[in-house]
Design a protein around this ligand. Structure first.
Ligand code: 5GP
Ligand code: MG
Length: 172
C-alpha cells in the first residue's frame, strides 16, 4: 500500500473544512448527516471541531458489494432525524461517480429541508457522471482505489489514520 495523503495532511485538511463550514453557517443551526459507513472517521473528527449549534444523524448508503467494483446502490434513511425546515449538510468520504450523493440529495429534498449542501474529504478527478458537485471538498485525488480514514476494502482498513492507495498486490 502506498500512502497518498498522510495523517497530518488529513488532519489539517479537516481543520480547514471545519473553519469553512463555521464561517458559512455561523450563527445558524446545522444538521449534519453522515453517510455511513465511509464517513465514520471524518464525521467524528469534523463534528468535534464545529463550534456551532449542530445535530448529528446518519444515513446508510452502500454500493460496493465487497470489492472495488460498484454494485447496486442501496440507501437506508429510516434512522435519520427529522429535517423539514432544517439546514442540512451531508458528509461523505469520497465523491467518485457522484451517483451516491446525487441519489441521497434527491431522497432528502423530498423531506423539505431549508437547505442542503454536501461535504466530502476526497473527490476523484475526471470521474463524475452527475450534474451536482460537492459544496465542500478537501482533496482532489487521481482515479485510484483508496482506503483509510473511513474508506474500506471489504470493511478492512477503515481505521488507518491516512489515505492509502490499494495496489493490485494488496487485492489478493
Ligand atoms: P460514487 O457514488 O460517487 O461513485 O461513489 C461513492 C461511494 O463509493 C463512496 O461513498 C465510497 O463508499 C465508495 N468509493 C468510491 N471510490 C472509492 C475508493 O477509491 N475507495 C473506497 N474504499 N471506496 C470508494
Ligand atoms: Mg460511501
Amino acid at each position: 500500500m502506498r500512502v497518498l495523503i498522510d495523517e497530518s495532511a488529513v488532519r489539517q485538511g479537516v481543520e480547514r473544512l471545519a473553519r469553512e463550514i463555521i464561517s458559512d453557517y455561523e450563527p445558524r443551526p446545522l444538521t449534519i448527516l453522515g453517510v455511513m459507513t465511509g464517513s465514520l472517521v471524518l464525521l467524528a473528527d469534523l463534528i468535534r471541531q464545529l463550534d456551532l449549534q449542530i445535530r448529528v444523524g446518519v444515513i446508510q448508503a452502500s454500493s460496493y458489494r465487497g470489492g472495488t467494483v460498484r454494485g447496486e446502490l442501496v440507501i437506508d434513511d429510516r434512522w435519520m432525524p427529522e429535517i423539514e425546515g432544517h439546514e442540512v449538510l451531508l458528509v461523505d468520504d469520497i465523491f467518485d461517480t457522484g451517483h451516491t450523493l446525487d441519489k441521497i440529495v434527491k431522497r432528502i429534498r423530498v423531506r423539505q429541508p431549508k437547505s442542503i449542501r454536501s461535504a466530502v474529504l476526497l473527490t476523484k478527478l475526471g470521474r463524475s457522471e452527475v450534474q451536482i458537485k460537492p459544496d465542500y471538498s478537501v482533496f482532489e485525488i487521481p482515479d485510484e482505489f483508496v482506503v483509510g480514514y473511513g474508506l474500506d476494502y471489504q470493511d478492512e482498513y477503515r481505521h488507518l489514520p491516512h489515505i492509502a492507495v490499494l495496489e493490485a498486490a494488496d487485492l489478493a
